[in-house]
Ligand binder design. Structure first.
Ligand code: NAG
Ligand code: NAG
Ligand code: NAG
Ligand code: NAG
Ligand code: NAG
Ligand code: NAG
Length: 647
């Protein structure tokens, strides 16, 4: 029936014609007596097959009408193409989505034409009244014409005469509904079966961009067959939204893009639909401490080899630790890894902020509404970035979609509940095939798992495997407060290690990443001891913007000893959201130590024992941005990168 309106509008668009109803077609009359009219629903879903004389093709329309939630949409199918029209009354927009995925946005107003009409209810825009949409109801002075049979179905027949003054058209409408005791396939009664529309209108011509009246009249004849009629529909997901992946330029976004914290750890699965492959990765990222770490497995000489790769932007160095054999490659951070961008000086690298890391720095997102992914309720945003280029990839337009769980969902797996977790990202672009004009489409989908936005473990950024015994110092000190362990550290280790790392680094005048392998334990004597490694200066020249001038190891050690003995070292950290601190016992800093475990099993303790705790997952990548796969492939071919040894 909405289709009817479309076509009526197509027939008209003429103004200033003064004419009368055409009595050869039908005569207007007042109400007539007959059986009660079928009651039209507040919601429906149906299909219409429209056949218009002279058009030489059928149009099929799927209509979605929801007067309760104030929304309407149609899918139009003709000549093998499906297009979509969605009317959003809340934002007063209408979206026309072409079968090629293009989208045009128009404003919905009382005067502009729109398939579902327009009315103001309580001061806000509202979908049209159902009787007006159907052009059926008591106000149309229906005449009962008796029972007949339509497609083998017993039907009641009503007739009305419709005069549309603006177009000067007169139409005879013959409506057929199932009889009251006949049930449609979906159990609904008195549903529409057919509308025949026959009429006459003055001719008009399209001259110089304007529709103008011309001499004479023409007849028209339409038949609409209604089927699949549902008065209690379960609307398929996204019936009232443009399809996922459609960018509608200029569309209002009723919801802002969520804020992603600037420190998180996340597992992800990267799916390439073209290559039919899936990569797994885990990434830990901390913008403030300028560290990013990834876990991945590469096949090297046929052996799956696990790597933990750390990018320390404080120094501009990548530490690639081979977890199979413990070896470590140190190289300047390159731009290819996905987490680095060129610094303003065009020479050095800097860590990407979260927006550039995850979504190419885009800020004009369009809200796409709700979708279920992996049975999780998500909402998504879409954006198109024009002329995007990364590294030496050719420039292309890239479409990015980001899906987040809704605020009603949270994770319990992390340290604290987190809502608005990233669930999926999609990157889509096309590129010219090497040396040809042929365009190739690329699609990458990243599924995110186990997103944690709270303080992420310092173990992800532990550089100690890369430092030999003579370029590092294993150290320990005791905490003065005997009850500190149970009071502040137990169940709060991540916060404690973060705070302790920063405090110790500050006292030693080194970058936090040179304080590694932090571990706190309560000995059998009840004393809390903090073990850690103080690392030397990396022997490779970094590629950071401001390579922090580095304090030599022995000087760092002396700084720390002074701070402990003078009582100036305070380990500041958060506990249950409050800022708290504990202080080391004076003179307890030492390089030789044993550790008595509370279960009385005295054991010689090496900090190295704790290296790698928490590294349970082995992941691929580093690479939350499009173009990633190129990097991985390059690394696979050429696993060892030449050292850039400082002279
Ligand atoms: C229906 O009948 C009433 C009363 O005669 C008249 O005012 C009204 O214009 C008619 N409506 C239509 C659509 O013909
Ligand atoms: C439909 O077909 C008829 C007969 O072949 C032709 O005269 C007419 O122009 C066609 N109409 C359209 C809209 O193509
Ligand atoms: C309009 O407002 C009135 C009075 O507040 C209320 O009773 C009515 O339900 C509202 N109608 C709609 C469609 O919201
Ligand atoms: C309409 O008819 C009149 C009189 O027959 C003629 O003068 C005029 O040119 C016609 N107009 C058009 C647009 O054909
Ligand atoms: C990117 O989109 C713009 C605007 O739609 C278009 O003019 C341009 O040709 C596109 N570029 C590529 C490489 O497809
Ligand atoms: C710490 O966690 C353990 C086990 O998860 C629990 O039994 C204990 O009560 C917690 N202690 C405190 C002080 O919250």
């Amino acid at each position: 029936m909405a289709a009817l309106l479309v076509l009526l509008a197509a027939l008209c668009l003429i103004s200033g014609v003064q004419s009368q109803p055409d009595s050869d077609v039908c005569t207007l009359h007042g109400p007539t007596v007959g059986p009660p009219l079928p009651v039209l629903p507040e919601k429906y879903m149906l299909k219409v097959e429209a056949n218009i004389q002279g058009w030489n093709h059928t149009i099929e329309v799927i209509e979605f009408y929801d007067g309760v939630s104030n929304r309407g949409a149609v899918n139009n199918i003709w000549k093998g193409a499906v297009s979509q029209t969605v009317v959003s009354y809340t934002t007063e927009e209408i979206f026309h989505v072409g079968s090629d995925g293009s989208c045009r946005v128009e404003k919905v107003t009382a005067s502009s034409f729109n398939i579902y009409g327009f009315q103001i209810v309580n001061g806000t825009a509202h979908i049209g009244n159902i009787n007006d949409i159907f052009r059926f109801g008591a106000q149309y002075n229906e005449t009962y014409m008796g029972q007949t049979t339509i497609r083998g179905i017993p039907a009641n027949h009503w007739q009305s005469c419709l005069y549309q003054e603006e177009q000067g058209s007169t139409s005879l409408l013959d409506y057929y509904f199932t009889v009251a005791n006949y049930s449609g396939a979906y159990g609904d009664r008195e549903v529409p079966l057919r509308l025949e529309l026959n009429g006459r209108a003055p001719n008009r011509e399209f001259i110089h961009g304007k529709v103008v009246p011309s001499n004479g009249t023409h007849n028209y004849s339409h038949v609409y067959e209604f089927f699949d009629v549902q008065y209690h529909p379960e609307f398929p997901d996204r019936s009232f939204e443009p399809h996922l992946g459609v960018v509608c330029p200029g569309r209002k976004s009723p919801k802002p893009f969520p804020v992603i914290p600037d420190h998180f750890s996340v597992n992800y699965e990267m799916v390439s639909t073209e290559r039919h492959n899936v990569f797994y990765a885990r990434q830990a990222y901390n913008y403030k401490s300028k560290m990013s770490a990834t876990y991945y497995t590469l096949l090297i000489s046929g052996t799956p080899t696990k790597f933990h790769s750390l990018d320390d932007f404080n120094t501009g160095l990548t530490y690639q630790i081979n977890l199979n054999n413990g070896s470590c490659n140190i190289t300047p951070i390159g731009l290819a890894g996905g987490d680095a961008s060129l610094a303003p000086d065009n020479v050095h690298v800097q860590i990407k902020d979260v927006a550039n890391l995850l979504y190419l720095g885009i800020d004009d997102w369009q809200y796409q509404g709700l979708t279920k992914l992996r049975e999780i309720d998500t909402e998504s945003w879409i954006a198109k970035k024009l002329n995007y280029s990364s590294g030496n990839r050719p420039i292309s337009n890239i479409t990015v979609e980001f899906f987040f769980s809704t605020a009603t969902w949270n994770t319990e797996g992390g340290l604290q509940n987190t809502s608005n977790m990233p669930v999926m990202a999609k990157y889509q672009w096309s590129e010219k095939k090497n040396g040809t004009e042929e365009m190739v489409n690329h699609n990458y989908i990243i599924n995110f798992f186990h997103f944690e936005a709270n303080n992420i473990s310092t173990s992800h950024f532990d550089l100690s495997p890369c430092f030999s015994d003579d370029n590092s110092e294993e150290l320990a000190f005791d905490i003065a407060n005997k009850g500190a362990y149970s009071q502040y550290i137990l169940n709060n280790t991540i916060e404690f290690y973060h705070g302790a790392q920063y405090s110790i680094a500050k006292a030693a005048a080194v970058t936090p990443t040179r304080v590694a392998s932090l571990f706190a334990a309560k000995g059998s004597d009840g004393v809390t001891t903090v073990f850690f490694q103080l690392l030397g200066i990396p022997w490779v020249k970094g590629n950071a913007v401001n390579t922090t001038s580095q304090t030599p190891l022995d000087e760092a050690y002396m700084n720390l000893e002074d701070a402990v003995n003078s009582g100036q070292l305070r380990l500041d950290f958060k506990h249950k959201g409050e800022d708290v601190y504990v202080s080391p016992q004076s003179n307890s800093l030492r390089t030789e130590f044993t550790f008595d475990e509370p279960d009385d099993e005295a054991s010689s303790f090496s900090v190295g024992t704790f290296i790698g705790f928490g590294f349970g997952m082995f992941i691929l990548g580093g690479l939350l941005c499009a173009g990633i796969v190129f990097v991985i492939r390059k690394k696979m071919v050429e696993p060892s990168v030449p050292y850039n040894v400082q002279s």
